[in-house]
Write a protein that binds this ligand. Structure first.
Ligand code: PMT
Length: 419
């Protein structure tokens, strides 16, 4: 049976990057997508509707008033697409969308459509950084609208900074991912951990790791878009809650342990993915007040003596901290996993596959994703990573890819095991 051709509605707003929408349109067409274009009146001043009409071989919508023979224009436009992509999106349009303002055909259609919306912003760096723009983006994200972040670069106004439209290849690829997304995790429940934990030794100091949380957040967001009921247990990080994901924020490994066990017992997840960088140890005691060198925390070795609060020494003083082991969340859930498909991570700095395989067996997981965290280009707090997917059937190298793409790779594997 032939599959129906997908339609993208491409929204073009008034911005110098409007000409790049022509290239996005071309890339989508090459992937056999039918592209229709809707423009704001100022968008039509940068690139004429005639250009988009010729390229798309479809009528281009600019005016909000329909003629007597067509159905109400914004409603018919809103019903047609599988995805509504707005690229480039100006600060003006972004702020209007967040406020629900519908004062032209593009913004009216955005309000009326039930299709997933993707926005690729492009603007001056100060407009991008303006609190109202950032707040509007947060509102849109919280409604499940995907934002393709602009790049840092030389802007048309002469400034250098964030605001340059993402590459046309990236915009087209992210749109195609949305178009082809399947709902293969519908009816499934997933438990995911993300980010670092913090193990406090006094009110202001803690043991932690550089995990940004990005890996777990991307997996959680993608699993939810594929239909899963997702519980994300997250350590402290800067990222906003992913749309449609039950996000539980914790601080310490013990809190993560308690939250994971509670979700495991109450929700009976079909899969559990442990991407968090959990601290293996915590200080044996947490001081109520900030520890003072030399008094609360005496030097334990004589490589030098601290002199009072300044800590000035002729040689370095050595301090000791008593640590106790944190509960191993992955291990303990793996021991009672039943039908739940359990995926753990292994952060390694050498012998990635060997050490990862040892963790697969030691923890009792179904799969371990081993990654090299000694490479500053991948691993902690980076956009990309390279995974070794390890299971009893061997090792599979994903090569270096964006963490977003890797989230899709992992969920394909998980879906094939739990469906
Ligand atoms: O968050 P990002 O910036 O995107 O970075 C991603 C990442 C580098 C954090 C991720 O790719 C990663 O490697 N996560 C695991 C980090 C880690 O703690 O690895 P580990 O080898 O120390 O632990 C092995 C596994 O046991 C992990 O699944 C970990 O979540 C789990 N664990 C560890 C200790 C503990 N007490 N409880 C656990 O559940």
């Amino acid at each position: 049976m032939e599959s129906k051709q997908k339609t993208v509605l491409l929204g073009v707003t008034g911005c110098i990057a409007a000409y790049k929408a022509c290239e996005v349109l071309r890339l989508l067409q090459k992937a056999d997508v039918n592209v229709k274009v809707v423009m704001t009146p100022s968008g039509a001043e940068f690139v004429t509707p005639t250009t988009f009409r010729a390229l798309s071989q479809n009528e281009v919508a600019v005016e909000a008033i329909a003629d007597a023979n067509t159905p109400i224009h914004h409603i018919s436009l809103a019903q047609e697409p599988d995805v509504f992509l707005i690229a480039p999106a100006t600060a003006n349009t972004i702020n209007k969308l967040a406020a629900g303002i519908a004062d032209n055909l593009l913004t009216t259609t955005a309000l009326a459509t039930e299709a997933p919306i993707i926005i690729a912003p492009a603007m001056n760096v100060h407009m991008w950084r303006d609190p109202s723009t950032q707040a509007a983006l947060e509102v849109l994200r919280s409604r499940g609208i995907e934002i393709i972040a602009p790049e840092v670069g030389y802007l048309a106004c002469g400034d250098i900074g964030e605001g340059k439209l993402a590459t046309v290849e990236d915009i087209a690829e992210r749109t195609l991912v949305e178009l082809n997304r399947c709902r293969d995790l519908e009816g499934k429940t997933m438990l995911i951990t993300a980010g670092p934990t913090r193990e406090y030794l006094d009110p202001v100091r803690f043991i932690s790791s550089p995990s940004s949380g990005l890996t777990g957040y991307l997996i959680a967001g993608e699993a939810a878009r594929r239909g899963a009921d997702v519980y994300l247990v997250s350590g402290p990080c800067e990222l906003p809650d992913p749309f449609d994901v039950n996000t539980i924020r914790i601080t310490s490994a013990e809190e993560m342990f308690a939250a994971c066990n509670q979700i495991f017992d109450e929700k009976h997840p079909n899969a559990a993915i442990f991407s968090a960088a959990v601290a293996d140890f915590r200080p044996a005691t947490i001081a109520e007040q900030k520890l003072k060198k030399g008094t609360d925390l005496p030097a334990t070795a004589a490589q030098g003596e601290p002199s009072g609060e300044t800590g000035a020494t002729s040689q370095a003083a050595v301090y000791s901290l008593d640590l106790i082991a944190n509960p191993d969340i992955l291990y303990s859930i793996s021991q009672r996993k039943g039908d739940c498909f359990v995926v753990g991570f292994a952060a390694e700095s050498e012998n990635i596959i060997e050490n990862g395989m040892a963790k697969l067996h030691a923890k009792g997981a179904d799969m371990i994703i081993a990654n090299d965290v000694s490479n500053p280009e991948i691993g902690f707090a980076t956009e990309d990573n390279r995974w070794q997917l390890l299971s009893e059937s061997g090792a599979e190298d994903t090569g270096t890819q964006s963490k977003r793409a890797l989230a899709g790779v992992l969920l394909d594997k998980v879906a094939s095991r739990i469906n």
